[in-house]
Design a binder for this molecule. Sequence first.
Ligand code: PGA
Length: 259
Amino acid sequence: MKNEPKKLIIANWKMNPLTLREAQRIFDASCSAADGAKNIDLVIAPPFIYLSDLIQYCGEETFCAQDVCWEDPSKGGAYTGEVSATMLKKLGVEYCIVGHSERRQYLQETDVLIGKKLDATLKTGMTAILCVGEPLAIRKKGKAAVREYIKKQLAGSLKAIELKSYRADKLVIAYEPIWAIGTGVVPTVEDAGEVIDLIRTVLVTGYSVKQARILYGGSVNSKNIGKFLSHKGIDGALVGGASIDVKEISKLISVVANS
Ligand code: PGA
């Protein structure tokens, strides 16, 4: 175990919790569960409004934004409601999620827009977590359809980016089948592993990116995390619902710490 790379656990709180006090409680529980665990990189992704307070509260932890503006004018700009990658970086945020399926679905984010967000994030030196994943209708068509869908999503977001100009380990891909998000239904480890292996092959052959970490996400909990992380190609997990349940996230982190 000693020489194995750390497992990356991203706690995606989504639009939770309602108060800063509750955010601190979840944060404390998550960090103390991971305290001393040498095999875990824990990254907390709270809503924007808590980032500044939590960083002041405990700047030693690693923070992630759940989204970012596609444009990043160095001197600010006219983008009401948006937050730039430079602002996040200056605040001390080190990671940023782009292309989450909920944003693709509810906000009609396209691969092209997501590519711009990815570029804006990487340009600041932050690590970008690009989410990809197929809807149920595609999964029902079979593995070949899933492969095509994922390849298209990757190409759509990566084509305009000079990936060579960024450090390869600054790119993380999260494979999140949409039908597994928040549903309690998960793919088999073999099925998830197959897509993750495909993503790795595409990155290496198409973009010469060898060091990107690839995560699984979608209904990850303390009972199934061990199984997913036992797959050689899965470098960590993007955890949603379980990450805001204090008992569950503590248990999940302990499972990884003791594996
Ligand atoms: P879930 O969400 O763990 O609640 O399924 C994962 C995600 O959307 O990142």
